[in-house]
Design a protein around this ligand. Sequence first.
Ligand SMILES: *[C@@H]1O[C@H](CO)[C@@H](O)[C@H](O)[C@H]1NC(C)=O
Ligand SMILES: *[C@@H]1O[C@H](CO)[C@@H](O)[C@H](O)[C@H]1NC(C)=O
Ligand SMILES: *[C@@H]1O[C@H](CO)[C@@H](O)[C@H](O)[C@H]1NC(C)=O
Ligand SMILES: *[C@@H]1O[C@H](CO)[C@@H](O)[C@H](O)[C@H]1NC(C)=O
Ligand SMILES: *[C@@H]1O[C@H](CO)[C@@H](O)[C@H](O)[C@H]1NC(C)=O
Ligand SMILES: *[C@@H]1O[C@H](CO)[C@@H](O)[C@H](O)[C@H]1NC(C)=O
Ligand SMILES: *[C@@H]1O[C@H](CO)[C@@H](O)[C@H](O)[C@H]1NC(C)=O
Length: 781
Amino acid sequence: MFKIMRNKSKSRVSTYYSLLLLWVIGSLFWYHYYYYYNNHNNYQSIGSSKSPHSIYDIHDTEFQLARQSQAVDPFIESDFKNNSVYIRFRELYNASKEVDKHSSVYDNIFKNHAVESVLASLDFSQRCDLYFRNIFAKNHNWAFNPNANFDIDFGRKFDDFSSKNAAKLKVLFDEASNNNNGDGTIENYEEKFAEFKKQVYQELKEDEIEQKVVDELAVFRLYNKCYVTNNDPVQKKRTEAFIAEQRALINGDSDLKSRVRLFKATMPEKLVINGDTLPNLDNRIYPWLSFDLPLYERWTGEIYHHVPNMREILGDRLQPPVIIDQAKYESSQSTAFFKRFKSECNGKGIVMSFADKHVDYAANLIRLLRALKNSLPIQIVYFDNLNDDSKRKIVTAARENFSYLPQSFEKVSPYLPKDYLDSTPNGLPKQEIWFVNAATSIDKHYRGKFSGYANKLLATLFNSFNEFMLVDADTALLHSPESFFQLQGYKDTGTFFFKDRAVLQKRDPNESKLFKRVAQSSVDKIMFDVDLMTNHTFHGDFFQDLYHQMESGVVLFNRQQHFNSILMVVHLNFLSIIRAKSWGDKELYWLGLAFNGDENYHFNKHGAAAIGEVTLPSDRKRPDGTLHHSKELCSPHPGHISEEDNHTLLWINSGFRYCHQADKVDYEKESRKGHKLKFLDGTAAAFKEYYYNPLRIKNAIVPPRGEELTFMYNESDEPLLGWSLDHDYCERYMWCAYSSIGGLTDKNTAKENTVEGTLITYSEKERAFFDYYGDIWIGME
Ligand SMILES: *[C@@H]1O[C@H](CO)[C@@H](O)[C@H](O)[C@H]1NC(C)=O
Ligand SMILES: *[C@@H]1O[C@H](CO)[C@@H](O)[C@H](O)[C@H]1NC(C)=O
Ligand SMILES: *[C@@H]1O[C@H](CO)[C@@H](O)[C@H](O)[C@H]1NC(C)=O
Ligand SMILES: *[C@@H]1O[C@H](CO)[C@@H](O)[C@H](O)[C@H]1NC(C)=O
Ligand SMILES: *[C@@H]1O[C@H](CO)[C@@H](O)[C@H](O)[C@H]1NC(C)=O
Ligand SMILES: *[C@@H]1O[C@H](CO)[C@@H](O)[C@H](O)[C@H]1NC(C)=O
Ligand SMILES: *[C@@H]1O[C@H](CO)[C@@H](O)[C@H](O)[C@H]1NC(C)=O
């Protein structure tokens, strides 16, 4: 017995020693190969204070010659995209693009390093290091310029260009015009030549501008991936597998393996001195940040100069705990601002952003949230400009006793749990309000960049929640906020977006082409595992050249999953060429994700619906007196139908009054129009009352999507478009939706081209709830 045990422990000891030995050899090898070789050998040999050389010393000819005689890798191609290993990986990842513009930094990198050597030798962080060294090798003073102008200047710069290239342009023009004309003589020569010069200049400049956009998107995207979320466990696991797969593929193929040369840094790369890791580049990537956190003020008046821990402060066990992140343990100097911020964000909540003039809307929404029994904290993010009166209104709406409910409560109370209304005079649950001043986080010089809708972008960025629902002040929710976080699309992707009205308003197709060109390229994928845009994005309405894709009145995000994409959303706002084509903030959310190589976003399947009551068919007869096949619903409110049951109305926009412009309407004028709202008796007083009252919801129509129908037999008198804007009502803001479009196209053969949409009719019970919520929102007795 004793003997056996001794034998066992002996073999255990020897196993132990051999494992230890293996480990020591392994780590020595690793140290030599990855650390010593790649870092020490490559980047630290030049530029130490001991070096007697200077790149500027013209007398040190030996050194100058040595600089130029880099060991040349035979597998460096003049165009790195022609490298066979590159092509192999591009095919592996399906990373092809029609116009594959790439960051100019890659040209620098692959001018000096063969693709196979980079891919086989460098891990993710070493590739990051290489990329950023090359930025500074090219431009010592590189920094992002948020004020960069993307306009083409036809003033002095154009004049300089034309005079410098006068002779060349003339030759080009003569060639081009001779070909057209044949005989070499042209009418209005000077005029046409001037036009030609402008065109050449414009094309040249457009190309230059696009390259600049590509460069700026790339550096921002890579900085965040390299230095902000590089400790994110999901990203780490993914990039490690990505690098391992590349190495295995190269090393597993003796032909490819034989092409790999030792990676050697170039002189300019070595001259970027950073100690062991690249410096904190935050100031150069984020010149618009002050690097202070926003001020978080609780409704009590308590002010937090750090990110508040919701679970602790609220004593709410339902709030998710703070995620412990490595950034906390890294020294603050070497840690990027957003890396720290990411590790500190916590909890789940509602985020709003509005100016003083919209405070009444916000207060109504907060009362509605009480009726919906919301228990999530609410952060109101503002930009220096929310006054104390507004704060008082909000806190009053959130905290005053609220037990006198409108009469319409009687009809819904049988459906509500017994404890819906607390027996205490407190009534509906009080709301946990926070005011967040984001201005403190913005550098003084850039505060002008965040006026108007950009406040909403700041709210997206600087609220302190990990999971949040961004809600416009004039949004009216019809279900508890918590239920939105339970939508399958949100659970699957960590986002939930809603579509706008599917209005067939076309944009210039050049816009989506430009966006495709400046998007991430095959080399971003092969070097840094940045996914390219796919059909998921291209099949959206924007890339189908429609003006409107998203309705941003409700936006859900899981920040841990999409942290860098949210940064990209804000960054796009600085690129005027992109911002100008995105219609305020509303398209920037999904665009920010798509440009970040993050297509894990979800849109509710249905486009926005018209919400209210269907027009009485007898109030809109055909010219021949018969009734239409299509049903019509005209309303100033868009609403959003859940894709999960094709029925539930989740939320509406433009508040809960029938007409959100009720204060501005000329009632005499609108009441005399006569073609809509015929059930009102046509008096100004009746219109006024109707406009100020809550919207009464009986139906919803999601009109059919699809191309505009162009042909129809006119007598069928059916609509050709799903949506039409009626300028005569609600101060030019009433949209009519049709349950079907098209109809008879040929009377003799009875051919038709009808396309059906969705008409929803709500039950008595549902309507009772809509009425109750509407009354709460408006503050009816
Ligand atoms: C790259 O390959 C393509 C197709 O083989 C060729 O047309 C092109 O000239 C090559 N480019 C360079 C710079 O070698
Ligand atoms: C690339 O496309 C092929 C088919 O076109 C598909 O089978 C393959 O899974 C795709 N690979 C990746 C990485 O998406
Ligand atoms: C609100 O209700 C509480 C009891 O829950 C009561 O103590 C308080 O006086 C009420 N406030 C007002 C203003 O009625
Ligand atoms: C789109 O770009 C093309 C080529 O640059 C140009 O010819 C065309 O006029 C542009 N389209 C519009 C609508 O501006
Ligand atoms: C993307 O969509 C286009 C049609 O718009 C289709 O031709 C193409 O095959 C799709 N690509 C993939 C990878 O599904
Ligand atoms: C909703 O409608 C779609 C078709 O538009 C259908 O595929 C889906 O099954 C429907 N879902 C439910 C729950 O009825
Ligand atoms: C239908 O009406 C439109 C305009 O109202 C007219 O241009 C078109 O010619 C008509 N078509 C037929 C088949 O009558």
